[in-house]
Ligand binder design. Structure first.
Ligand SMILES: [Cu+2]
Length: 137
């Protein structure tokens, strides 16, 4: 009987510790990821320049404001380990968590293109991501 009692207590402690961990994780995640909302439509990104610090966790909320045209958020740079290619259907929002470790200036763009037509990027659909060095501790 006392053995069972001990077992129950242990299970409760572990469950409580897991709950506490989950709550802490949710709270810290919500606190640290800055949200950057970008409207995508009419062959442009709005805003078309975004700035963040190296190592800063951000959450990009990409909303396609067009009625029928699908768009995309492409951000690639091998040296900075950036490899994003996110399709956003018309009228929809996609969310992506992003941490850029390397300061620099990067170009993002839409890679959509209809056969025999100019690509959305050729229509001017691109923007600039400026990553400034992390704050000195
Ligand atoms: Cu596009």
């Amino acid at each position: 009987m006392s053995y069972l009692q001990t077992g129950k207590t242990t299970v409760r402690s572990v469950t409580f510790a897991m709950l506490l961990w989950l709550v802490c994780r949710a709270v810290s995640g919500a606190d640290t990821a800055r949200i950057i909302s970008i409207e995508i439509g009419d062959y442009r990104f709005q805003p078309d320049t975004i700035e963040l610090r190296a190592g800063e966790p951000v959450r990009l909320e990409l909303t396609n404001t067009d009625g029928i045209t699908p768009h995309n958020f492409t951000l690639k740079d091998a040296a900075a380990t950036l490899d994003l290619d996110i399709d956003v259907a018309a009228g929809k929002t996609q969310v992506v968590e992003l941490i850029v470790p390397v300061p620099g200036t990067y170009t993002f763009y839409c890679d959509k293109k209809l056969l025999f037509m100019k690509s959305h990027r050729d229509h001017g659909m691109e923007g600039t991501l400026v990553v400034i060095p992390a704050a000195v501790q």
